[in-house]
Design a binder for this molecule. Structure first.
Ligand code: ADP
Ligand code: MG
Length: 356
């Protein structure tokens, strides 16, 4: 078992602050994702957990014990690196056996673990092959199996399936989730792919320039992003974030094309509304219209790009609505779905139970 925690950890490389005063706790058996753009500090966090790097400030704890001075080998954490490095001159089976042979495990144990990992990862039929004879996806599974046999306290995976094509990525992420559940181990996972993060993570942390902006379940973060950065980072198309003005009994955005009944939200400068929460109807001849600029039918739903004044909005509409480019439409939404942001981009407390 392993609970992994950071307390106020900072790691610098020269002038670069790779990890900036990070605090979090990953629970035992949790599938925890670090999600952020390139260079946001994801890999550095994994290297700190593994013990390949030491923090400049702060404490790293495994199961409640400070491990800053503990060597990587003693931490018993297995890493699957971004550029998975299988030994090219060894068969898949020998690659998987390798960490156990290094530890002088008895051969009966080695063979039992190999069989177990190979079955879990569905690679029994390729164990005799050399890495050069395997597809990218197969190599990835062998690398994961090699981490699995070590029976570590926790696994770290750095964007482990980014090299796979889209269909195999989806398949593998479902399997990873199953393997983690069955193995009953903590898994800390790094990805830059939002769909992947949302689909596998029990909880996730969103990084921006080494700073953890929010920690929560994917749904919590999607529904209640802490800042405009987080709000824009999750969801496709991204959340509509529009400047707002207080007008009468509510707020107006998009040159009056979107009007929301609401009490005053102190300090509100922008509103956020997910594309699936923006309603699009034929122009009713009342209020200010928006104009359809683009229609993308995607089968089950359609992405509609709209313009109103100098802003552009996205709506996700179920099915195939009868909308053509250039037509005028009326926009509306459930006021309870609207998020308000202050001048610094921080989410303001939500207005609940507001009548429309
Ligand atoms: P990510 O994995 O999210 O892409 P990294 O953790 O690799 O981000 O990098 C975070 C920041 O730290 C980046 O600005 C990167 O350039 C810097 N960095 C990472 N490793 C080193 C290193 N060994 N030496 C100097 N700078 C580094
Ligand atoms: Mg990285």
């Amino acid at each position: 078992m392993a609970e992994i925690a950071f307390y106020n950890v900072t790691k610098r490389y020269g002038d670069t602050v790779a990890v900036d005063n990070a605090s979090f706790t990953v629970a035992d058996n949790e599938f925890f994702c670090f999600f952020g753009p390139p260079l946001s500090g994801k890999s550095t966090i994994l290297r700190l957990i593994l013990g390949l790097e030491k923090p400049d400030v702060g404490e790293i704890l495994i199961d409640g014990k400070v491990v800053n001075a503990v060597s990587p080998a003693q931490r018993n954490i297995a890493m699957v690196f971004q550029n998975l490095a299988l030994f090219p001159h060894m068969s898949a089976a020998d690659n998987i056996r390798f960490p156990l042979i290094e530890r002088n495990e008895a051969s009966a144990i080695i063979e039992a673990r190999l069989k177990d990992a190979a079955e879990k990862l569905h690679i029994v039929h390729i164990l005799h092959k050399m890495p050069g004879q395997l597809s990218g996806g197969e190599r990835q599974r062998v690398a994961i199996a090699r981490a699995l046999v070590r029976d570590p306290a926790a696994y770290l995976m750095d964007d482990p399936i980014s090299a796979l094509d889209a269909r195999l990525r989806e398949e593998t992420r479902v399997e990873l989730k199953r393997i983690q559940r069955e193995a009953g181990r903590t898994l800390i996972y790094v990805t830059h792919d939002q769909e992947e993060a949302m689909s596998v993570a029990d909880r996730m942390a969103i990084l921006e320039h080494g700073v953890i902006r929010q920690v929560g379940t994917p749904v919590e973060i999607y529904d209640n992003p802490a800042t405009t950065y987080v709000a824009r980072f999750l969801g496709s198309p991204t959340m509509n974030i529009l400047p707002v003005q207080r007008v009468g009994e509510g707020y107006e955005a998009a040159s009056g094309a979107l009007r929301i009944q609401s009490q005053t939200v102190a300090g509100a400068t922008e509103l956020g509304l997910r594309p699936e929460d923006l309603r699009v109807q034929p122009f009713a001849g009342k209020g200010s219209p928006a104009t359809v600029a683009e229609v993308e039918p995607l089968g089950g739903y359609t992405v509609v790009t709209l313009t109103a004044g100098d802003v552009s909005l996205h709506a996700m509409v179920r099915g195939q609505p009868d909308l053509r480019v250039g037509v005028q439409v009326t926009l509306s939404c459930d006021p309870a779905k609207v998020i308000y942001f202050g001048a610094s981009g921080t989410t303001l407390p939500r207005m609940r139970g507001v009548a429309q």
